[in-house]
Design a protein around this ligand. Structure first.
Ligand SMILES: Nc1ncnc2c1ncn2[C@@H]1O[C@H](COP(=O)(O)OP(=O)(O)OP(=O)(O)O)[C@@H](O)[C@H]1O
Length: 252
């Protein structure tokens, strides 16, 4: 087994292109060689960190800090503007997978496609599809088009596929927040179980769960790593910063 980390990010930066007017995008395509018709919005800056094989790393930070964007880069959904990243092993991107579902296809059809995208052969998909259905536990909706699903039901199917994909790197973006309590606990048990053998990189606002699960926590602020290290310490610092800001805002 190679001693390379499961995830290595080196100098990752991400800028989105913001267009002031709708037709600026067309102008950019036609005349972009001569003039820039967009403003760059940098949301990640020079992010360098590694996640070792078998490590559980949580990512925390305020809304808009760049957590989802970072996970999307690591999952290959969006490209970094600067820097490089490398992932060793098979990724299961929980929730990100759900955003690729086709609303016209049934849960079963999307689950088959999703599992294949994650690398399962047709034979493996055939063997696991009923287990995926049972894990998702959306009842007869599994045979209905996914446009009829609630957010929580979409998350259930996405999570179920990832849980059966033989992945060794689990990327979780707030997957638990949209599920009901029963499903949340089922996912938590699955994640805790997965943590015995696999690598986990997980974004969550559930600080208690991250503190219990993770070996390290990364605090992302305005697109930079503010702190990374021992969960209890980082989470205490983060809570103190949030409390101080809230007190300032409310004049308490
Ligand atoms: N496609 C896009 N185009 C322009 N800006 C974007 C795009 N996607 C995200 N952003 C911006 O990037 C920043 C980081 O967003 P991101 O979703 O990564 O934050 P986050 O930390 O996951 O937030 P939250 O906790 O609210 O989920 C935000 O300012 C957001 O508005």
């Amino acid at each position: 087994m190679s001693s390379e980390p499961a995830i290595r990010c080196t100098g990752i930066g991400k800028a989105f292109q913001l267009y002031a007017h709708q037709n600026d995008q067309l102008k950019q395509i036609l005349f972009g060689l001569w003039k820039k018709f967009y403003k760059e919005k940098w949301v990640l800056h020079d992010m360098t960190f590694t996640v070792e094989k078998g490590e559980r790393v949580g990512i925390i930070g305020r809304n808009g800090a760049g957590k989802t964007t970072l996970l999307q880069i690591i999952c290959g959904i969006t490209m970094p503007t600067k820097g490089e990243f490398k992932v060793q092993g098979r990724i299961a991107p929980i929730l990100a997978l759900g955003s690729g579902f086709d609303g016209l296809l049934t849960g079963r059809e999307n689950a088959r496609i999703g599992a294949a995208i994650l690398g399962l052969s047709k034979k493996e998909v055939d063997a696991r599809i009923e287990d995926i259905a049972a894990f998702a536990d959306v009842g007869p909706f599994f045979e209905q088009p996914m446009r009829t699903y609630s957010m929580g039901m979409i998350a259930r199917v996405a999570f179920a596929i990832c849980a059966h994909a033989d992945a060794n790197v689990l990327i979780v973006d707030e997957a638990l927040s949209v599920g009901d309590q029963i499903f949340q606990h089922k996912c938590e048990r699955y994640i805790e179980d997965f943590a015995h053998n696999g690598t986990i990189l997980m974004v969550s606002h559930d600080l208690d769960f991250l503190e219990k699960l993770c070996d390290r926590v990364l605090w992302l602020e305005n697109g930079v790593v503010k702190e990374i290290g021992e969960p209890a310490r980082i989470i205490a610092d983060y809570r103190a910063a949030m409390d101080a800001e809230e007190n300032q805002a409310t004049g308490a």
